[in-house]
Design a protein around this ligand. Structure first.
Ligand SMILES: NC(=O)c1ccc[n+]([C@@H]2O[C@H](COP(=O)([O-])OP(=O)(O)OC[C@H]3O[C@@H](n4cnc5c(N)ncnc54)[C@H](OP(=O)(O)O)[C@@H]3O)[C@@H](O)[C@H]2O)c1
Length: 228
C-alpha cells in the first residue's frame, strides 16, 4: 500500500517500522522537515520524507500520528477542509485526554475521531491503535503471560473498505483487528483509553481491572432492537 504518515514521533516510528518491514511504500512528514528526513532515514527501504500536503496525496491510507493539540494545525496544513483527504482511509490513533488523568478533552458525547471526520470532509476515518503503547508494535513478544496473545486492536469506522485497510495494517504489525461498529462508537473507544491511562497513572495495572469473561457468539439485533 501507499501509506502517508503525518507526524514524526514515537507512534509514527513504531508503526512505520512495522509497515516498512511489511513492504509498504511510506511517505512521512510533519511540521519539521528535518525530523521527517531523519525518520525516513531510520525507517529505510522505500520510505521518503515530504511536505505534509504531499504526504496525503494519492495514499491508500494516512496515519494521523500527531498530538491531539496539533491535529487541527496539521489538518489545516494539508488543506483537509478542501477535501484533500476525501476517499482516503484516515487512521486516527489520537488520545485527546488530560495527561496523567485520562479525562477526555472532547465535549461530552463527542469524539476526537468524529471531530477529525468533520475537519477532513470525505475522509474515511478509522479509530485505531490508540490503546496500545507504541512499543507494543516494535518490542519482541514476551515469553510468558497474557501479553503473548495477539494484541486485539479494536477499531471503528463507517466505511467497509477503510476498515479492511486498517485491519490489514493491524495484522502487518502483529495485531488482530476487531471492528466494534461505526464511527459513532469512537467515544466509547476513546473513553476506554482514558480509563486505561487513568488507572496506569494511579498505580494500578489496567489489565487487572478487566475481568476475564468467555467470548460469546456474535448476536444480531432483531427488528425490535433486542438481541437474539
Ligand atoms: N506513543 C504512544 O505510545 C501512543 C500510543 C497510542 C496513541 N498515541 C497517540 O498518537 C499520537 C502521536 O503520539 P506520539 O507518542 O507519537 O507523540 P510524540 O512522539 O510526542 O510526537 C508527536 C508528533 O505530533 C507533532 N505535533 C505536535 N504538535 C503539533 C502541531 N501543533 N502541529 C503539527 N504537528 C504537531 C510533533 O511534531 P514536533 O516533533 O515538531 O513537535 C510530533 O511529530 C498522539 O495523539 C498520541 O495520543 C501514542
Amino acid at each position: 500500500m501507499r501509506i502517508g504518515i503525518l507526524g514524526t514521533g514515537a507512534l509514527a516510528e513504531a508503526l512505520g517500522t512495522g509497515w516498512a518491514r511489511a513492504g509498504h511504500e511510506l511517505v512521512v512528514g510533519g511540521r519539521s522537515r528535518a525530523k521527517a528526513e531523519a525518520l525516513a532515514g531510520r525507517l529505510g527501504g522505500a520510505t521518503r520524507a515530504a511536505d505534509p500536503r504531499e504526504v496525503v496525496d494519492g495514499r491508500d491510507a494516512v496515519l494521523l500520528a500527531v498530538l491531539w493539540s496539533g491535529v487541527a494545525d496539521v489538518l489545516s496544513d494539508v488543506d483537509a477542509a478542501a477535501g484533500t483527504l476525501a476517499g482516503t482511509t484516515l487512521i486516527d490513533p489520537t488520545n485527546a485526554v488530560e495527561h496523567g488523568v485520562g479525562v477526555l478533552l472532547t465535549e461530552p458525547g463527542r469524539s476526537a475521531a468524529g471531530q477529525i471526520a468533520a475537519w477532513a470532509p470525505g475522509a474515511h476515518v478509522v479509530k485505531a491503535f490508540h490503546l496500545f503503547p507504541a512499543e507494543r508494535w516494535t518490542a519482541p513478544p514476551p515469553a510468558s503471560g497474557h501479553d503473548t496473545a495477539d494484541a486485539t486492536v479494536v477499531i471503528c469506522g463507517d466505511d467497509a473498505g477503510a476498515l479492511r485497510i486498517a485491519g490489514e495494517l493491524i495484522r502487518d504489525v502483529g495485531g488482530t483487528p476487531a471492528v466494534l461498529g461505526p464511527l459513532d462508537r469512537a467515544r466509547q473507544l476513546e473513553e476506554a483509553a482514558g480509563f486505561v491511562i487513568g488507572l496506569a497513572f494511579a498505580g494500578f495495572d489496567p489489565n487487572s481491572a478487566i475481568p476475564r469473561v468467555p467470548t460469546l457468539p456474535p448476536q444480531s439485533p432483531s427488528p425490535d432492537g433486542s438481541t437474539a
